[in-house]
Design a protein around this ligand. Structure first.
Ligand code: SF4
Ligand code: SF4
Ligand code: SF4
Length: 195
């Protein structure tokens, strides 16, 4: 039997399960499997997981297509059938299990329903709910929020807005907003939900 390196596949699976999105779970698992237990002694597993990592990254980063899903399923099926050890077969079983929903397809359409794949989401401020307190601005360490706090003697304020290019999707602003005026939406959404 091939030698085991690093973490056990069961432990990597448990860590991956802490994520909500099945595509993120699969990518996390594959990256950790490559960094540890994958020994490279048989072809379907060695080549398969490298390709699966690229295909999964395409999906989490908004470049995914149906052919990525098709390829990941093919790789997992080949690994299940032809991997030389249990680690490769278990890996294939986990990936096929995570693929058992429509979530992979939704990523091809540009949506992460669990709002975990940061390339597919944006944080936005709903102007109607914003009381111009500036708490989000103070909480943002990346200087991604522009706007002016309300001042009694001024009538016109610069509304608070999130500069998407600077936003790292850390989520700190949502935690401090007193009126739930900040929402997470699909990048492709024209308007924030809940307006
Ligand atoms: S299936 Fe097992 S033996 Fe083959 S490369 Fe993967 S970990 Fe190594
Ligand atoms: S998610 Fe983080 S980086 Fe983006 S605006 Fe909010 S606090 Fe700033
Ligand atoms: S914390 Fe909320 S209410 Fe206050 S400025 Fe930011 S978005 Fe508006």
């Amino acid at each position: 039997m091939a030698e085991q390196k690093g973490k056990k596949v069961e432990d990597i699976k448990k860590e991956a399960e802490a994520k909500k999105c099945p595509v993120s779970k699969s990518l996390y698992y594959i990256e950790e499997f490559l960094a540890g237990p994958m020994c490279g002694k048989c072809f379907p597993c060695e080549m398969g997981v490298y390709e699966a990592k690229i295909r999964l990254k395409n999906l989490t980063e908004g470049r995914g297509s149906e052919s990525d899903i098709f390829a990941i399923r093919r790789i997992a099926s080949d690994m299940l059938e032809s991997s030389r050890c249990k680690r490769g077969k278990d890996t294939a079983t986990f990936i096929l299990e995570w693929m058992g929903t429509d979530v992979f397809k939704e990523h091809v359409e540009g949506r992460c329903p669990d709002r975990e794949c940061i390339s597919l989401i944006e944080y936005r401020i709903i102007p109607e709910k914003c009381i111009i307190c500036g708490d989000c601005h103070d909480a943002c360490k990346d200087d991604a929020i522009t706007g002016e706090k309300k001042k009694g003697y001024k009538s016109g304020y610069l509304p608070f807005e999130i500069r998407q290019k600077r936003c790292t999707k850390c989520g700190e602003c949502i935690k401090v907003c007193p009126t739930n005026a900040i929402v997470i939406v699909d990048v492709k959404a024209k308007e924030p939900v809940g307006v």
